[in-house]
Each structure stands twice: as structure tokens, then as C-alpha cells.
Write a protein that binds this ligand. Structure first.
Ligand code: FAD
Length: 439
């Protein structure tokens, strides 16, 4: 079957790979001139370099992503730097590292050996993880992460040092609004899984090169083709005046809504459109700082404590020279600072943000060598980085009320927050549903 796939993000490309493997003929339409959607490489004029639109962290638990890379015969270790779970504050006040023990002792050992937790905090942390596991990783459906942590008597300090950064990094939603069940799902598959499930994997190549470029090489992919209209005929779907047996919309939710809104006569259509329209979005900001010379950090990834009132917004600090593969990347020392739930940044001038960040980094790395002078910087704010992962959200299924039209994307009902693994799973699931429909 000839299938139109609209969108070459991780969901669309994953679907295209699996559709092709099942003997179909996918044709991918991508509005942009680059691959990867929200996980893409971009040219940065201020740095005169190719950078990613945002530092992405992958987890050992991203099983479908690893299966897809395996399918494409891409050796994981050549493209990603694998690190044992190591959450370390830049100021040295907190350090939790998974122990070299089989699961679940790796986590227990990590908590017992963590710096920055007192004895009652360790006990409550372990009790929380044990009770979560005993309850099958199910938490009250309407609970926010904040509610759930209060019920589990987690101290303000543990919330500040561990839970808040973890929640922001995984759900991109503040703890008082974030859905506890979605966080529990991620904990189930990472901290609650096999020892390597909570490993952190950092791309050693630019995001578009991680696997999307290999996938695209094998697929009929049309760049710079924003699909404006989808026409459903009796036994076909027309995309950009071309006939297809089916269409898979793998855009973001607002684009999917725009493509479907003209054709919604039934209550089921309207209800589905309402789910797409109900999603709200949070921003992620990534600030790249080019240094005059190398600065040796104790780990490729360090936690920063943010003080928005002082214009100190940084949450994570990455030293790309410690994990990027290409000699050119290693020669140009760059730090990347990541800020989740970053809407507030849009109200400040870039220079103010960078000045605040530099002060923050200097204050919180006093135990290290002095931060070298900055040669240049670039800020990317993705305003619609992810949907706000709040409790009670009804997420659209891959199957739509429209015959011959399916949907894929990180916002569909994957059981995960808006993450790469969710996008890959959603694409694969949609490909399976399409294959099942035609078999
Ligand atoms: C800054 C940032 C940091 C992130 N960090 C992490 C992280 O550390 N770990 C993690 O797992 N996830 C992270 N994420 C989330 C992750 O990037 C997304 O979950 C994932 O990329 C979503 O993929 P997708 O295919 O569902 O959607 P998208 O990537 O949005 O792909 C949709 C594609 O459709 C195209 N399109 C839209 N409309 C049309 C149209 N009409 N016609 C043709 N094409 C169209 C778009 O151009 C785009 O290429 C981050 C996201 C951002 C923005």
C-alpha cells in the first residue's frame, strides 16, 4: 500500500521504517528542510556551527528506540555515550550514583551512598520506591507530582535536590502541575527496571545523524513540503494532489488539528479534534556557551539550582567536549545549559539571561577551576517543546475516527510524557495498525 506519512520527526520516521519493513511504500512529507522535528540539528549563526535545537538525554529504558536503531543496523555505542545514572549537583551538595550491583540493589546502593540526604530522607526515599513497586507503579490518577511527594513525606530538600529536577527533565512540567502517574511510568521503566534501564545516554553525534539520516536514506522523503490539505475520497486519501491508500499524520498536535478540522461532521470526529486542541505546551530553552579554552568538569552532566528571582535560570549543565565524537566538536569547547518549563525566559533579553547564567555557574562551581571566558553564545527557545503533562489529560489514540487516517506523535496515548521513546513507540504502533488494517 502507498502510505503518506506527514512529518519526519521521530514518530513519522519510525512509522516509515516499520511500514517499509512490512512491505508498504511510505512517502514522507516534511515541511522543514531538515530531519528530526523537535530533535534536529540546526545551523547557529552566532556560533557559526551546527548545533542541536536542544540537548537530548535518552535512557537505557528506551527499548523501542534501541530496537529501531538495531533495525537500521546502527551500533548504539558508536552514536551514544552511555553513563551509569549519575545525578550530581555542580555545587557538590548532592550526588546520587547507581551502584554497580544487580537491580534493584543498584538503586538501593545509590540511595544509601548518596551525598546530600540525611538518614530519615534516605529511609523515606527507599520506602517511596518500595511502595510504588508494591502498588504496580500505580498512583492516584488525579495526583500531581507535588501531591504525591507530600503524601510520601519527602522533605523540601529532597524535592529541591532530586524530585524537582527529575520531574522537570522528564515531564517538562512543574511538580505542582505534573501528572504523578506519568512520572511513575518513567520510574517503573528506568529506576524500577533492569540495572542498565536507568543508564543515561547522550548523543555523540548531532541529533539528525543519530538515526534519522539513515532512515531517510532508505525512504521516499520529500523535504520542504508542508501538507496543507488532506482529502478523504471513498477508497483513497489525497495528500497534496497525490493519491494514497492511507495517511499517517505524524506532525505535532496543532498541525494535525489543522489538517483534520475541515472534515469533522460526526460527534466522534469533533471529540477527537477536541482532544488535540486541549493540549497545552511548555517551552524548553537551550543556551550554548562557547569557551575560550577547555574547562574540565567532573561529569558530562551536572545539576544547577535555579534562582529565577536572580535571573539564574540554569537547571542542567552539559560539557559536550566530554561526549561528542567529532574532533571538531571536541576542539571547540562548548557548554550547554538546559532550562525546562522555560516560558519565563521569553520575557528577558538574551544578554540578561546569559549574564545571569554565567553568574549562576560561577557561584555554583566554586569548588572547580574558574570558568574560562566566553567566546560566544546562542540561545534557542522551543516554545512548544512538549505538551504540559498534567493529570487527567485524555490523549488521542493512533486510530482516528476517519477511515484510512492514523495519527502518530509523542502526544498520542503512549503512557509516556513527550519524549523521544514515546514518539518512536507511537510511530511503530501506528505502522502496526495500518498493516493490520490492510492485511
Ligand atoms: C529542546 C527540547 C529538548 C528535549 N529534550 C528531550 C530529552 O532530553 N529526552 C527526550 O526523550 N525527549 C526530549 N524532547 C522531546 C522530543 O524531542 C520529542 O518528544 C520528539 O522529538 C517528538 O517527536 P515527534 O515525531 O512526535 O514530533 P515532531 O518532532 O514535532 O515531528 C513532527 C514533524 O512534522 C513536521 N510537520 C508539521 N506540520 C507539517 C505539515 N503540515 N506537513 C509536513 N510536515 C509537517 C514538522 O516539521 C516535524 O518535523 C525534547 C524536546 C525539545 C524541543
Amino acid at each position: 500500500m502507498k502510505i503518506a506519512v506527514i512529518g519526519a520527526g521521530w514518530a513519522g520516521l519510525s512509522a516509515a521504517v516499520y511500514l517499509q519493513r512490512s512491505g508498504h511504500q511510505p512517502v514522507v512529507f516534511e515541511a522543514a528542510r531538515t530531519l528530526g522535528g523537535r530533535a534536529r540539528s540546526v545551523q547557529s549563526p552566532p556560533l557559526n556551527a551546527t548545533v542541536d535545537n536542544g540537548q537530548h538525554i535518552l535512557l537505557g529504558a528506551y527499548t523501542e528506540t534501541w530496537a529501531l536503531m538495531h533495525e537500521l543496523q546502527i551500533p548504539l555505542e558508536s552514536r551514544l555515550q552511555r553513563l551509569r545514572l549519575n545525578l550530581q549537583a555542580a555545587d557538590g551538595s548532592f550526588h546520587l550514583e547507581a551502584a554497580s550491583l544487580p537491580a534493584p540493589l543498584h538503586l538501593l546502593g545509590g540511595i544509601l551512598g548518596a551525598r546530600g540526604l540525611n538518614v530519615p530522607e534516605r529511609v523515606r526515599f527507599i520506602t517511596l520506591m518500595r511502595s510504588l513497586r508494591a502498588r504496580g507503579w500505580i498512583v492516584p490518577a488525579s495526583a500531581t507530582v507535588g501531591d504525591w511527594l507530600r503524601t510520601a513525606r519527602q522533605s523540601d530538600q529532597v524535592v529541591r535536590r532530586f524530585w524537582r529536577p527529575l520531574c522537570l527533565a522528564t515531564l517538562n512540567t512543574p511538580i505542582e502541575q505534573a501528572c504523578a502517574q506519568l512520572l511513575a511510568n518513567v520510574l517503573r521503566d528506568s529506576l524500577g527496571g533492569a540495572r542498565d534501564a536507568c543508564d543515561i545516554l547522550l548523543p555523540r553525534v548531532r541529533l539528525s545523524e543519530l538515526w534519522p539520516a539513515q532512515a531517510a536514506a532508505k525512504i521516499d522523503l520529500r523535504y520542504g513540503r508542508a501538507v496543507r490539505r488532506l482529502n478523504r475520497l471513498s477508497a483513497h486519501v489525497e495528500v497534496e494532489a497525490e493519491r494514497f491508500d492511507a495517511a499517517l499524520i505524524a506532525t505535532n498536535a496543532p498541525s494535525a488539528w489543522r489538517l483534520l478540522k475541515h472534515d469533522a461532521p460526526s460527534p466522534a470526529d469533533k471529540a477527537y479534534l477536541a482532544q488535540l486542541a486541549a493540549l497545552r505546551y511548555n517551552a524548553i530553552a537551550t543556551i550554548t556557551l562557547e569557551l575560550e579554552h577547555t574547562w574540565k568538569l567532573p561529569a558530562p552532566m551536572l545539576m544547577l539550582y535555579d534562582y529565577p528571582e536572580k535571573c539564574q535560570f540554569g537547571q542542567w549543565l552539559f560539557d559536550a567536549s566530554l561526549f561528542m565524537k567529532s574532533p571538531a566538536d571536541r576542539r571547540r569547547p562548548m557548554l550547554t545549559v538546559v532550562i525546562s518549563d522555560a516560558q519565563a525566559l521569553t520575557m528577558h533579553a538574551q544578554e540578561t539571561i546569559v549574564a545571569g547564567l554565567l553568574e549562576q555557574i560561577r557561584e555554583q562551581t566554586q569548588g572547580l577551576a574558574a570558568l574560562p571566558p566566553i567566546r560566544g553564545h546562542a540561545t534557542i527557545i522551543e516554545k512548544r517543546a512538549t505538551f504540559a503533562a498534567t493529570p487527567g489529560l485524555v490523549r488521542p489514540k493512533n486510530t482516528t475516527p476517519w477511515p484510512r487516517v492514523w495519527l502518530a506523535g509523542d502526544y498520542t496515548d503512549t503512557g509516556y510524557p513527550a519524549v523521544l521513546e514515546g514518539a518512536v513507540r507511537s510511530g511503530k504502533r501506528a505502522a502496526e495498525l495500518i498493516t493490520g488494517y490492510f492485511s
